[in-house]
Design a protein around this ligand. Structure first.
Ligand SMILES: O=c1ccn([C@@H]2O[C@H](COP(=O)(O)OP(=O)(O)O[C@H]3O[C@H](CO)[C@H](O)[C@H](O)[C@H]3O)[C@@H](O)[C@H]2O)c(=O)[nH]1
Length: 318
């Protein structure tokens, strides 16, 4: 049975990815320090280890179990928080990664999938889809920590690596089991779904209305978490075919379909059949006005289709 180590395995994307690898008959070692995600599974081929991903405990596990495949998802992921507490982001996402990569070398890891983010593009001045070779100007410590992580991994030639730049991930995991539920997160679809519909005077706050976009609100490219799990899986099992003679490749993981925040809020209103008032508040610091994936390389290499925003919303309100 093929083994895989999934760091951040109890997180939101970690849980969806773990569910899929179990379904595909992998023996999954899920490591997580349970600081944000607490999504644990029960399955005969699932082993949960409460630990920091960079610990010696994990190094010993990799060696003992002769694990060759790693999906690295563990990270602090809140753009807003990273502006307030940058040290936490450099520590968790970068300095620990340095140690973890040394451990992966010692354990002779062969294949490494790294979860990066569209946050590496930052506050781009263009209003076009972003290709992987677009200049990186991250606007938050979170984005910077991911960009530095990418650069570090690309230099490592002792394993195959695929760097996946996730765009905006949303929707429930398989079987509708887990969601983006960490209380302090302020993700758009999480906040929309949290509106207390039993009250009459519900309001939803949109951050900013004067961006240079179709309707003045920010534009995003939403991807279903189940698509992301599938991308993680396909990247690993097809890594040789994807890389050909190279040792590392970076891929955008976005649907290429743009939606403004206001469009999404209106769609949510229609699909959920709930009534609430929309108000505009001040823009969020470091909020990129426009993030849209140019996914031509992704399509060429992985050829997967995306579910789309309507299904994400329908699944969320189930
Ligand atoms: O109550 C809310 C919540 C969000 N928004 C707006 O909706 C857009 C999307 O916000 P999210 O918080 O859902 O997502 P972000 O684009 O800020 O960031 C997300 O996507 C990034 C990549 O695109 C990174 O991966 C990051 O970790 C992840 O949180 C932003 O313009 C935000 O200001 C609102 O107007 N009101």
């Amino acid at each position: 049975m093929r083994k895989v180590l999934i760091t951040g395995g109890a997180g939101y994307i970690g849980a969806a990815t773990t569910q899929l690898f179990l379904k595909k008959n992998f023996l999954v070692f899920a490591v997580d320090n349970l600081s944000t995600g607490k999504n644990l599974l029960t399955h005969k081929n699932y082993l949960f280890i409460k630990s920091d991903y960079s610990s010696n405990h994990i190094l010993n596990l990799l060696k003992k179990e002769k694990i060759q495949d790693v999906i690295h998802l563990a990270a602090s992921i809140d753009n807003n928080e990273s502006v307030l507490n940058p040290k936490k982001y450099y520590q968790n996402n970068f300095f620990k990664l340095i140690k973890f990569l040394e451990n992966c070398k010692k354990a002779k890891i062969k294949n490494f999938i790294f979860s990066s983010s569209a946050a590496v593009y930052g506050e781009v001045k263009t209003f076009k889809p972003l290709a992987e070779n677009f200049i990186l100007t991250p606007s938050s410590p979170y984005g910077i920590s991911k960009m530095k992580g990418e650069m570090l991994i690309r230099k490592k030639k002792y394993f195959n690596s695929i760097i996946l730049r996730y765009f905006n991930v949303a929707g429930p995991t398989f079987d509708n089991k887990f969601r983006q539920n960490f209380k302090s997160y302020k993700h758009l679809l999480k906040k929309l779904n949290e509106i207390n519909f039993s009250r009459n005077k519900n309001i939803f706050k949109i951050n900013g209305k004067n961006y240079d976009t179709i309707d003045g609100t920010c534009v995003r490219d939403f991807v279903h978490v189940q698509d992301i799990a599938n991308i993680n899986y396909r990247s690993l099992i097809s890594i040789k075919k994807i890389l050909k003679n190279d040792y590392s490749l970076t891929l955008n993981c976005g649907s290429g379909k743009e939606n403004s925040v206001l469009q999404i809020v209106k769609k949510f209103k229609i699909i959920s059949k709930k009534n609430f008032k929309i108000i505009f508040t001040k823009p969020r610091i470091g909020d990129p006005p426009f993030l849209l994936s140019d996914n031509r390389l992704f399509k060429k290499k992985l050829g997967l289709k995306f579910f789309g925003i309507n299904k994400i919303i329908k699944d969320l309100i189930k």
